[in-house]
Design a protein. Structure first.
Length: 336
């Protein structure tokens, strides 16, 4: 059995900087048509010039992949800077609470620090991408503890487009359902498929360790239900976060699951397994671009129901589910 769908979108990726960046970009280009790159590089991406130079590097690595880039909101980002970013065509800004995850030091401690930036984002129709975790709360409660901020921002900016990135909890799912304004959530492979038992229930799996951490079966079910319901506020954003094997398998394992090489086959395998292949294409190709107000991608990707084993290493990283068999594989991708 084969399946052909438009080249899909991935609305949350990490492409890093430096010598491995091109490899990570090409790993996405092998399965996707467009990605939204996150700005937690070192140094962070904050200006139109930095972002256009970054996009140019990505374009050189994979000319057929449309690489959009979010700018990073810093405590001193003001409305005028945001207007200039919007004028240069940038569609999204990323909110990192200070120190909450990889490369997020110097982030925000209070949303009121960026009130004028948020007003300019609302006025220009930009999307606010939230790393929705309160760093001072206990790790499993961090997403829930951030939700008052989500609601306060909504109250102050009724028309601001907001995305609760990598939604990981039933409470986070419910906050998006209850919101009266334009909001959505991105969903990763790991939060859709796994729980804390997979992370720490047997031997520790560092390659599933990410922020926010995968949670309980109840949380996973709440995410799965939205997808199976075909709720257009929930769409794909992998949060594929490459860290080299040696770093992940060390006593200071950084947060991040590398999913670029297996995300699409894993998703198709899951949708097929729950008899919901009809929900796949909207989740991957339609809901996100409609939320961002962007056209569909050109080209298609072909998948086949023929099992393969996720490699032990890709681009110097251990992908999620390395060594495990997946039912579906990518057979070809075409940009036209
Ligand atoms: O697990 C994560 N890794 N979560 C993030 O928010 C950042 C990411 C990274 O950059 O490695
Ligand atoms: Zn991320």
């Amino acid at each position: 059995m084969t399946l052909e769908i438009p080249r899909p979108d991935d609305w949350h990726v990490h492409l890093r900087q430096g010598k491995r960046m091109g490899d990570y970009v090409r790993a996405h280009a092998a399965a996707f048509g467009r990605v939204l790159a996150m700005p937690n590089t070192i140094p962070p991406l904050t200006t139109p010039d930095e972002i256009s130079a970054y996009r140019e590097l990505a374009r050189e690595a994979a000319p057929d992949l449309d690489v959009l880039t979010a700018f990073r909101l810093m405590p001193d980002t003001g409305g005028e800077e945001v207007s200039a970013l919007a004028d240069s065509g940038i569609k999204a800004g990323k909110y990192y609470p200070d120190g909450v995850t990889t490369n997020s030091k110097g982030g925000l401690s209070n949303w009121r620090q960026i009130e004028s930036a948020l007003a300019a984002m609302e006025a220009s129709g930009m999307v606010l991408c939230l790393h929705g975790e309160e760093p001072t709360a206990s790790v499993l409660k961090r997403e829930e503890a951030f939700l008052p901020v989500f609601r306060e921002i909504r109250e102050a900016f009724p028309r601001l487009k907001m995305i609760l990135e990598h939604v990981s909890s039933a409470a986070g799912v419910q906050a998006v359902i209850d919101d009266q304004g334009p909001s959505a959530a991105t969903v990763t492979v790991q939060h859709l498929l796994f729980t804390l038992d997979d992370l720490i229930g047997g031997s520790l799996n560092p390659h599933l360790f990410c922020k926010p951490v995968v949670k309980t079966d109840e949380d996973r079910k709440a995410i799965q239900e939205r997808i199976l319901d075909g709720d257009n506020r929930f769409f794909f954003g992998s949060d594929s976060a490459p860290h080299e094997k040696g770093q992940k398998e060390s006593p200071h394992c950084p947060a991040g699951a590398y999913t670029a090489p297996m995300a699409l086959p894993a998703l198709v395998s899951w949708f097929d397994g729950v008899d919901a292949l009809d929900r796949l294409e909207p989740f991957l190709c339609e809901f996100g671009r409609n939320f961002y107000g962007l056209p569909s991608n050109r080209g298609t990707v072909r998948l086949e129901r023929r099992s393969w084993t996720v490699p032990q290493i890709s681009q110097g990283c251990v992908p999620l589910m390395a060594g495990e068999e997946l039912l579906w594989r990518v057979v070809s991708i075409s940009a036209v």
